[in-house]
Design a protein around this ligand. Sequence first.
Ligand code: GTP
Ligand code: MG
Length: 195
Amino acid sequence: MNNSYNIPVTGRPNAGKTTVINFLARSKRPVGKRAGTTLRIAPVQLVNDVFLVDLPGFGRITRRSKSLEEKIKDQIVNFLENPENPIIFGIHVIDSSTFHIVTENLEKKGIIPIDIEMIQFLGEVTKNPPIVLMNKIDKVNTVLFNRNVDILSTYKLPRIEILPTSFKTKDGCRDFRSMVRNLIVKELGVKYQNW
Ligand SMILES: Nc1nc2c(ncn2[C@@H]2O[C@H](COP(=O)(O)OP(=O)(O)OP(=O)(O)O)[C@@H](O)[C@H]2O)c(=O)[nH]1
Ligand SMILES: [Mg+2]
């Protein structure tokens, strides 16, 4: 993956990472109703030498062993920390319909929620703020959405851009595409704007 610029897409299993990549790159990678569809790191070309990186979901899934989970975690961390994979910025996808439940359950056990950990990590491996998608907003009401934003705001996070999206209704998707395009152009120049 030398000589390429990467935009990793992170998130818990089933958050919608591959859906996000298919939307931006007009690719047709398999998405699934069940968590655990993407199991290997896959670069997907967006424009020129810029690649979106489809990552496996990070976090607990029923019917998956702890050892497989550890392997997946190592795979993701190794990719993100490897200087041979220059990262322009990261995109973190949150499933708004489960975020509050998962997060509050982990908080009760005194564990830092996985989404928070990943957002902090993305902020450390690149100088640009990660884009955080509050995805699947078609599945939540305003009260729940605001609760999610409140939970996020209780953590010390890197500077982030939060965008509500639904890839079912397409709400927020155009704004998201523009944000990604603007960030790439800001970093790499105008020849990267035509996609
Ligand atoms: N209702 C709704 N469903 C969505 C949205 N985005 C994605 N999905 C659905 O969520 C499911 C999971 O999507 P994927 O893109 O496969 O999720 P993923 O994060 O890549 O999942 P893994 O590869 O298993 O980690 C699929 O059934 C998608 O169609 C959304 O905004 N709203
Ligand atoms: Mg996937």
